[in-house]
Write a protein that binds this ligand. Structure first.
Ligand code: ZN
Length: 278
C-alpha cells in the first residue's frame, strides 16, 4: 500500500520519467475489478487524454497524481500499483494502461481495491481532499498540527489510533506506523494520555525523522517503486523482520491484529506502562 514515503517516491519517478511525454493510447481494464473505481467510464479515458502531454506529477498523503497540459489530473490512491514498462515489455492484466508516443507504457494494477480517477481539479472525494489539505510532516507547521490534533482526540486514544486513523495524518498508515512507534519506544496500544511530555515530543520527532528517512531512501523495502524495485528503506518492524527479532534488544517481535491490520512491536522496547493506561 502506498503511504507518504512511497507517494513522494513514485511522484518523483513519474515526474522524471514522463514529463514532456505525449499520451498515444489509453487502454481500459483487461479484466474488470470489482473494487477498482474510475471517474466515469474507463473506456472514455482515451478520448479525454489522447494527445495530452504530461507536465508534472505530485504525491500527497495516500495519493499520487499525474498532471497533464490540458489541465486534467489523474489521481491514484494507496491501493493502486504503478509500473512503467519499456516498449518491449509485455503487460499482463491491468486496470488501465497508458501508452506514450515513445512506446513506454504506464500500467495500473489493483490488488484489493483502488481508485484511478481522472478529473479536472474539482474532485470531491473525502480522502483525496484530506490528503491534499494534509499538513506535510516536513513543514514547519507540522508540530502545531500534531499537538492540535492530539488536543481534539479523546485522552485515552491509543497511539496507533491517533496516528493512523481518521486521516489526521494522511499518508501515515499501518505500514510506516510500525517503525515510527518503534523509534519513539511507544506501544501501538498505549493510551496517549499515558505519555509524558517528553514521550509525546519523541513521538512527534519520530514521525518526522522516520518518514523523512523512508522518503530519502525511496520508500520501504516492503513496497515497490515505478520500476518494480523494492524501496531502499529497510523496515525494522514488519513482516520482513518478524523472524529476526528486535534490532535494539534482540528480543522477539510480537505480531498482533489490532485496529484493522497487524501491528509489529517489541514488548520490551515498547513496553506498556506498569499500571494505569491501556
Ligand atoms: Zn527491543
Amino acid at each position: 500500500m502506498i503511504e507518504l514515503p512511497e507517494a513522494l517516491t513514485l511522484a518523483k519517478e513519474l515526474k522524471e520519467a514522463l514529463t514532456g511525454k505525449t499520451v498515444a493510447r489509453v487502454l481500459p481494464p483487461t479484466k474488470p475489478h470489482r473494487f477498482c473505481w474510475f471517474n466515469g467510464e474507463a473506456a472514455d479515458y482515451e478520448g479525454r487524454l489522447r494527445g495530452s502531454k504530461v507536465v508534472s506529477a505530485r504525491g500527497f498523503g495516500i495519493y499520487v497524481e499525474i498532471l497533464f497540459d490540458s489541465g486534467l489530473k489523474l489521481a491514484v490512491n494507496d491501493g493502486v500499483n504503478l509500473r512503467l514498462l519499456s516498449p518491449e515489455a509485455a503487460p499482463g492484466d491491468y486496470q488501465l494502461l497508458i501508452q506514450f508516443s515513445d512506446g513506454a507504457a504506464l500500467v495500473f494494477t489493483v490488488a484489493m481495491y483502488g481508485g484511478i480517477v481522472l478529473h479536472d481539479g474539482g474532485l470531491d472525494d473525502e480522502y483525496y481532499c484530506k490528503s491534499l489539505a494534509g499538513v506535510s510532516p516536513f513543514s514547519p507547521e507540522f508540530e502545531q498540527h500534531f499537538y492540535e490534533a492530539l488536543g481534539r482526540c479523546k485522552p485515552k486514544i491509543s497511539a496507533k489510533a491517533f496516528l493512523a486513523t481518521q486521516q489526521r495524518f494522511p499518508g501515515i498508515g499501518n505500514g510506516t506506523l510500525q517503525d515510527i512507534l518503534f523509534a519513539a519506544g511507544v506501544n501501538p496500544r498505549r493510551g496517549m494520555d499515558t505519555l509524558t511530555g517528553a514521550e509525546r515530543e519523541r513521538l512527534l520527532s519520530s514521525v518526522v525523522s522516520v518518514l523523512g528517512e523512508m522518503t530519502e531512501k525511496g520508500g520501504r523495502d516492503t513496497e515497490k517503486d515505478l520500476y518494480g524495485k523494492n524501496g531502499g528503506y529497510l523496515t525494522k518492524m514488519s513482516k520482513n523482520t518478524l523472524a529476526q527479532g528486535c534490532p535494539a534488544c534482540g528480543g522477539s517481535i510480537v505480531k498482533e491484529a489490532y485496529l484493522g491490520g497487524s501491528v509489529y512491536y517489541c514488548p520490551r522496547c515498547q513496553a506498556m506502562p506498569a499500571k494505569g493506561g491501556k
